[in-house]
Design a protein around this ligand. Sequence first.
Ligand SMILES: *[C@@H]1O[C@H](CO)[C@@H](O)[C@H](O)[C@H]1NC(C)=O
Ligand SMILES: *[C@@H]1O[C@H](CO)[C@@H](O)[C@H](O)[C@H]1NC(C)=O
Ligand SMILES: *[C@@H]1O[C@H](CO)[C@@H](O)[C@H](O)[C@H]1NC(C)=O
Length: 582
Amino acid sequence: MMFRAAFHCCIATILAQHIQATQVPLGYSHSDWRPPAVADHGLADWNMGDLPNPNATSHLVFETVNSLLQRWPNTRMRNGHSVVPGTIPKGTLLYHGTYQNELPPGPDWAATDPEHSIVFCKGELEDGCWHLTLATTRPLKVVYFDGSSAAKVEYGSMDAQDLIAWGTSQPWWVFEERQRIRDLCKWGQDYGVDAFVRMEVDFELMLCNFTSGVSMVSFSNLASVRPPRHRQSLLDPWMAQASVITVEAMYAGSWHYHFPGEIRVQLDLAGLVSFYDTQLVPSLVPIRIGQERWDHRVQNTSSEDILAVKARLAAALTRPSGLSSGIDWMTLVRVIVDRYAGRLELMQYLLSTPATDLETALDLARKTQVQLRIMLTPYILYSAVPSTEIELDWAVPVFKLCATTHTSFIQFDSPSMTPSEQLILQAIQDTTREICRVVTKMWASGVHTGLDEHLNPKELPDVGEVTNLMNAWRDDVNPLMAWLDWNVWVKCKPACGPEEMCYLPTWPMGFPSPDRGRKKRRPGDADSGSGTSTSAHEDLRTLAMKSTAATPVEGWSDMKPGPDDWIRPQPKCIRRVEPYEF
Ligand SMILES: *[C@@H]1O[C@H](CO)[C@@H](O)[C@H](O)[C@H]1NC(C)=O
Ligand SMILES: *[C@@H]1O[C@H](CO)[C@@H](O)[C@H](O)[C@H]1NC(C)=O
Ligand SMILES: *[C@@H]1O[C@H](CO)[C@@H](O)[C@H](O)[C@H]1NC(C)=O
């Protein structure tokens, strides 16, 4: 809750600051700030008052790249904005639960963890159920949709794939899974795509052909996964199964919560296509104005931009291997997150700790200054010393070195980069620039106040100045962290107990079944078509999904998330063993 409150306040702060910034560059001290002299070598563009353009999305590209194939951030921000080609290596096991020992004749679903496919292992208690294990016989060519791309909710999680498959997305199409998989596979055929990777409680594949690139390892008649009869009498049959089985599927999903996430899928970031790319998808820029990140969705992308996205994706899927820079973008992004995430978090903690007396306040301020100096140590030049009491110009070379250190060398490779790589490069440049701008400004302000042990230290800094500084620091670090919005900062506090797991409300647990108008047009129907009932096309998998979404689980009465939890999920501890209480 605290995080959200901070988020709200900070968006307002950022906007307010931006409005101000159009008039007066914002420095530590508003009245005395002046831009650095142009004579400084190449420093004219390094104004510590320049805030990021509110339309810019570099921080969002950065954080979505940082989140790829990880369940935690993609459950938190359900509406995917990235489509990324990749491969699944030879020898990888895939799983499929069913009610008969026949291979699916056409496209169908496969899970990466058996805990997930077991949910669909069906049959009467006395007959058992059927569970297929496949192994890949060659690298499978896949396309990954990020976000909760298999969560059948109406808030935008399926938009990106529907725009690829159908050129539009409609809320009453969320359960049109058969049509979706057929049309996606049909689209992918031209590019040799074997499967699409999506995520809900765990990762799954829409596998286009069960006899191409995969071979059967076993097709087993397993003992029923239904609970024994004496327990069934108490519960609706499907839900009785759902309770333990789906919690375990969710638990398997938690193995892929954080980096490196679902490692059986290997992405080609040089082919990443992002709806946050403002050059590729300019139509979404005005739609996002004033929206919080949770509310971003790609539904209303213009048809022109959808064509551009599909063309970019086609180019990525047909690009001969080797035609990219060779830079490991994911590693570079992680290196930056590693260097700053924990320290920014520690500073935020220090600055939010109540200081009841002056000694405590001074202690907290000094500790914060130490963290600021540590972050900047590789960039604090010997020549960077305060020239006057107030201006921060002297620290601009530190800001610039900090902001460019990770990209100044590789940017010379720009001509060999794909458009996707140039997008990621820009995202890294802009994100590090803002981190370094704020951190350098904070550090230099601490130097002016006499808090830095190594530069201009004061035996006893002025108490009023220190208090003002800490307030200013808070107004620096909180908006920065809200702007970055890194998922590593979202966790259960306090940590969960041994019988618990940290959890974000996850479809389908407790979600309402969407209102599907039976008379409404189905994807692919002619515009004038009268519309068909969807039930004729429903398969077992869809029915199972709907059932879980619609029916509350006994003993889980408290877990029904409200609309806010569907769109703005917050972390909480849930039990991993019965009784499942929320
Ligand atoms: C699936 O792949 C097999 C082997 O490559 C091929 O013979 C078959 O025609 C494919 N099925 C479909 C529906 O494309
Ligand atoms: C943001 O985008 C809107 C709509 O495209 C545009 O009118 C506005 O000028 C942009 N703002 C800035 C600061 O670039
Ligand atoms: C998309 O367009 C529809 C119809 O014009 C509108 O109702 C909806 O609010 C728009 N969605 C977004 C996210 O702007």
